[in-house]
Design a protein around this ligand. Structure first.
Ligand code: PRP
Length: 207
């Protein structure tokens, strides 16, 4: 399923994020803030166990998160989305995967993967601000499925329709949560209108 946020704060912040004059410091803050909102929406269906909680006045019924959750940022750009979620779900595990797009072929190239042989999480949130052709997300989900993760969601900021379609075709069970689905991909694989390169804009690495 595709979930495109309808929240006014998300729409407002996304507009600031896209702006050509937004500098890396503000860009990083906005990525973080948007991730908090999108993460809130994407975690609505996490399952809970019933627990009892002792209060100063006695016992109260309560709830505890049941599953083991992994955050999987795709390097580099996904890094900026990690802290926003770690702050609110401190018990998560963070498993980094390094993936870059070959500029000629647009195919993802894996360069960092330190997953142990046995899976340690039930549910993963794949973090990457941009879903362009979908190649990086598909490669990541493939790795996580092979690792044995049962439930996977993709959390991004801007998607191209082409990337959404590719990821949904490859993995219909993976929910996609984004702030917006833009118009299209251009001939060099950038999302239009998009925001440019989310990695470079966060880390100030402009050639
Ligand atoms: C960008 C982006 C995604 C990928 C999306 O990363 O952050 O990871 O491209 O494209 P796709 O859907 O067509 O695979 P990039 O390769 O520029 O690496 P970076 O994050 O290190 O800048």
């Amino acid at each position: 399923m595709l979930f495109e946020s309808q929240h006014p704060l998300v729409k407002h912040k996304l507009t600031l994020l896209r702006h050509v004059d937004t500098k890396p410091k503000q860009f990083r803050e906005l990525v973080r803030e948007l991730t908090q909102f999108l993460g809130y929406e994407a975690t609505q269906d996490l399952s809970l166990a019933d627990v009892q909680v002792p209060t100063p006045m006695g016992e109260a019924p309560g709830h505890a998160l049941q599953q083991k959750i992994g955050l999987v940022p795709i390097l580099r750009a996904g890094l900026g989305m990690v802290d926003a979620l770690l702050e609110h779900i401190p018990a998560v595990q963070v498993w980094h995967l390094g993936m870059y797009r070959d500029e000629e072929t647009l195919e993802p190239v894996s360069y960092y993967n330190k997953l142990p042989p046995q899976t340690t999480v039930d549910t993963c949130l794949v973090l990457d601000p941009m879903l362009a052709t979908g190649g990086s997300a598909i490669a990541t989900v493939t790795v996580l499925k092979r690792w044995g993760v049962k439930r996977i969601k993709f959390l991004g900021l801007i998607a191209a329709p082409e990337g959404v379609e590719a990821l949904q075709n490859a993995f219909p069970g993976v929910d996609i949560h984004v702030a917006v689905v833009d118009e299209r991909l251009n001939d060099i694989g950038f999302i239009v209108p998009g925001l440019g390169d989310a990695g470079d804009r966060q880390f100030g690495t402009f050639a």
